[in-house]
Design a protein. Structure first.
Length: 120
């Protein structure tokens, strides 16, 4: 877990984290302890959506992906519960499977791709 956190920090935040125990150095555990699960949930949702779309259509870097997001997640607003939107949009219940695939060493996906979703 510490190794993955250091890799993430290096690749996405462009900072080097020293080896050893990392999590005590992260201020979120003290400053915002109840937000951490929301970030994890958001990461699980993003991974599931991206993995589903890439399996169906191969790439998220085109206009059709934005239409997919609009139709399946934003158009209805709060009329549909978020978990129902995930099931409708990805054809399965929310699970951590896609996130776990992303975190495994054998996964050959681009680690910056998840972050790219937020830039679209």
């Amino acid at each position: 877990m510490n190794r993955r956190f250091r890799e993430y920090s290096r690749d996405n935040l462009f900072i080097e984290i020293p080896t050893g125990i990392v999590w005590p150095h992260d201020s979120i555990y003290i400053s915002h302890p109840f937000y951490l699960q929301n970030y994890l949930l958001a990461e699980i949702i993003a991974c599931q959506i991206i993995h589903y779309y890439k399996e169906e259509y191969k790439s998220i870097f085109h206009k059709e992906f934005l239409n997919y997001l609009k139709i399946n997640y934003f158009e209805q607003g709060a009329m549909i519960r978020w978990d129902k939107k995930i099931k409708r949009g990805t054809r399965k219940e929310l699970s951590a499977d896609s996130l776990l695939k992303e975190l495994t060493a054998g996964q050959q996906s681009n680690p910056r791709e998840i972050g790219q979703l937020y830039l679209l």
